[in-house]
Design a protein around this ligand. Structure first.
Ligand code: GUN
Length: 292
């Protein structure tokens, strides 16, 4: 079994980007900029946003957090997005999800300029992904595809089973793996929590992508020998022995599934750090498209 080290790969990608940004700086050019908007005080969201900002700083990217109160109106949020749509210092805009219930998530996503939509959530970018045109790939699916590529895992004609149908992970991952190009070209099945018998699907996976959001959900009896396992889950479970009072586990019961897998991602340090690295890559890409 080979452990897929997302932490190491994410650092390689950040190093590659840092070199490019250093070159911009040495030529006296503007650097790429990312603004992250956080509404409310969801602790997991706060922690993700802080990691994103730290990663920007590490590679010399301009970054800013806009922290808004949970009672912020939808109108105020839309106006703030519009301000950054028109701010040439910021090439990427990310609104951390989920948003408070009184704000319409779709409206917010649609307000972000598609050219600055480094999450790839705008319907124009989603549509471009589906038809194979230039787009921004959503960061977590992009990270998954990049991990498979950098570990030389053959995907052509393989049966990829995606467990989970979210707009952030499940659906875009399936669309990316379906693309007729290198690093994809797979046969793809999406299944989800409403399936009568999920195991009947997961057992068919050459590559299993678990993004169902339930701790330790995928067990050894649900996978075949030699499966490649990508665990997207980041679930907090109570653990009084840790300083924080919780620890992170994936959607896959790692200790038992690893015995059957040919490759597997751990949690933490698997897909999680890749999401951030690909966000930086998308922001750099947005910079190139806007500045050139
Ligand atoms: N919440 C959980 N994952 C994501 C993500 O990739 N982007 C945004 N904007 N919010 C998220």
């Amino acid at each position: 079994m080979i452990l897929i080290d997302g932490f190491k790969v994410s650092n390689e990608i950040k190093d590659e980007l840092k070199i490019k940004i250093d070159q911009l700086i040495s030529k006296g050019k503007k650097v790429p900029g990312l603004v992250t908007i956080l509404v409310g005080d969801n602790p997991a969201s706060k922690s993700y946003v802080n990691s994103k900002i730290k990663a920007c700083a590490k590679i010399g990217m301009l970054s800013k957090i806009e922290e808004l109160d949970s009672t912020t109106s939808e109108k105020a949020l839309l106006e703030l997005i519009d301000k950054y749509n028109n701010d040439p210092e910021y090439h990427g805009i990310l609104v951390q999800l989920p948003l408070p219930d009184h704000i319409d998530e779709n409206k917010v996503i649609e307000e972000i300029s598609p050219q600055k939509d480094v999450d790839g959530f705008h319907p124009i970018n989603v549509g471009n992904l589906v038809i194979g045109k230039e787009t921004f790939y959503p960061c977590t699916p992009y990270g998954i595809v990049e991990l498979l590529k950098r570990y030389n895992i053959d995907t052509k004609g393989k049966h990829v089973i995606v467990v989970g149908r979210s707009n952030i992970v499940g659906k875009p991952t399936a669309n990316m793996m379906l693309q007729k190009k290198e690093g994809a070209n797979s046969v793809v099945t999406i299944c989800h929590s409403a399936a009568n018998d999920l195991k009947q699907f997961t057992l068919q996976a050459d590559i299993l992508i678990a993004a169902i959001g339930r701790a330790n959900f995928v067990t050894a009896d649900m996978v075949k020998d030699g499966v490649v396992v990508i665990d997207v889950g980041i679930n907090r479970i109570e653990d009084s022995s840790t300083e924080k009072g919780y620890r992170l586990v994936g959607d896959v019961k790692f200790d038992e599934v690893k015995e059957k897998a040919s490759y597997i991602t751990p949690v933490p340090k698997g897909v999680g750090p890749m999401t951030i690295a690909m966000l930086l890559k998308n922001t750099y890409e947005a910079y190139l498209r806007n500045e050139n």
